[in-house]
Design a protein around this ligand. Structure first.
Ligand SMILES: Cc1cc2nc3c(=O)[nH]c(=O)nc-3n(C[C@H](O)[C@H](O)[C@H](O)COP(=O)(O)O)c2cc1C
Length: 349
């Protein structure tokens, strides 16, 4: 449970913001990195087909701030030439690490052989990794699922092969493609990979609090942990885990911190995109972030129904003013998981 290195790049603390398409863009990463405790950030996955055809969207997705370093660009695809070319472009863009996506379960990605589809064609994956290695000088890393189907779990075999190809860090999300996001991630496989290769290995899946992170480090001996969805619910999770790793009491965000994070996110979004897109992104984060807040259900409804920047800012102000004056907002309760899911679905329906 100490910092580790990907070649000469120190991952300190050993905690990585897991890539999430549509979520971990430039603004979200900036927000989370600033809360502390993040040892590395990763771009959303970027299509090599778009990148190598100079799509403006791919270019946008490669942007990062110096303050984010170390920063990895993650690519997906299945054509070895395009994968190698895109990897070179990512290096030119200034990324510290090039990560290959070997886990995306989306049918439109898998149908073309990319993402977790690569787990079904190891000779192709081997060729891709070797070709990329020849085209870049920054470290090459791999993020994979445990297997394609539940009856064909091949992540240990894939990891050994990847190491032979020169991959310098392996991150396992311990679910198969067949599982999508159901069930729980299998962290025993993280331990198996750790015992099978010499490069650093990180685990991923279902870390939503300090205790689960510490337990997983101890149980598997993994070098690092990637946290995805947990960061949307709790932007301080990395800082809290890092506090625990250092033997400190985990930081407890104040009401003012919680208000600040929402306002700051909206500010970053407004700097980066037009108002309608910023509102949409804000509602996406708010849907997660309001979980566990007092009167969160009503606050979420207010945010979801806000039609302009002024309205959203006003609603945030009223909510936090009410709570800080010990007033009652909605029914003032913290909802159960089931209620949260129901209200998110009702709002998005
Ligand atoms: C909305 C969403 C988008 C995702 N996009 C990516 C992606 O672009 N690349 C990737 O490797 N994994 C992606 N993932 C998977 C996450 O990185 C992570 O492996 C998974 O959510 C399990 O970790 P968690 O339980 O900490 O969220 C995505 C997950 C979600 C929920």
């Amino acid at each position: 449970m100490k910092p580790f290195k990907i070649r000469d790049i120190k991952i300190d603390p050993p905690l990585i913001l897991s890539p999430m398409a549509g979520v971990t863009d430039f603004t979200f990463r900036r927000l989370i990195k600033k809360r502390g405790g993040v040892g590395m950030t990763v771009s959303e996955f970027i299509s090599v087909e778009g990148m190598t055809r100079n799509s403006p969207q791919s270019k946008r997705m490669m942007r990062f701030l110096d303050a984010e370093r170390p920063f990895a660009i993650q690519i997906f695809g299945s054509n070895p030439d395009r994968m190698a070319m895109a990897a070179e472009m990512a290096e030119e863009q200034g990324a510290d690490v090039l990560d290959v996506n070997c886990g995306c379960p989306a049918p439109k990605v898998v149908k073309k052989g990319g993402g977790s589809g690569l787990l079904t064609d190891l000779p192709l994956l081997e060729r891709i990794l070797k070709d990329i290695k020849k085209s870049i000088s920054i470290p090459l890393t791999l993020k994979l699922r445990s297997g394609f189907t539940n009856s064909d779990i091949n992540c240990v075999e894939v990891s050994k092969m990847a190491e032979q190809c020169g991959v310098e860090h392996i991150a396992l999300h311990g679910r198969t493609r067949e599982q999508r996001y159901s069930g729980l991630a299998n962290w025993d496989l993280v331990k198996e990979i750790k015992n099978a290769v010499t490069v650093p290995v990180s685990g991923n899946g279902d870390v939503t609090n300090v205790e689960s992170a510490v337990e997983k480090f101890e149980r598997t001996g993994c070098d690092g942990i990637l946290v995805g969805r947990g960061a949307m619910q709790n932007p301080w999770l990395f800082r809290q885990i890092n506090d625990a790793l250092k033997g400190l009491k985990p930081y407890e965000p104040t009401l003012a911190d919680k208000q600040e994070v929402l306002l700051e996110f909206f500010e970053y979004l407004s700097e980066d995109m037009h108002e309608k897109a910023a509102l949409g992104k804000m509602k996406q984060l708010a849907g997660q972030f309001t979980k566990g807040l007092r009167g969160g259900a009503k606050f979420r409804q207010k945010l979801f129904h806000s039609q302009s920047a002024d309205e959203i800012l006003e609603n945030i102000g009223v909510y936090f003013d009410t709570l800080s004056n010990n007033g009652t907002y909605g029914d003032n309760r913290v909802e159960t998981e089931v209620e949260i899911l129901d209200s998110c679905e009702a709002v998005s329906a």
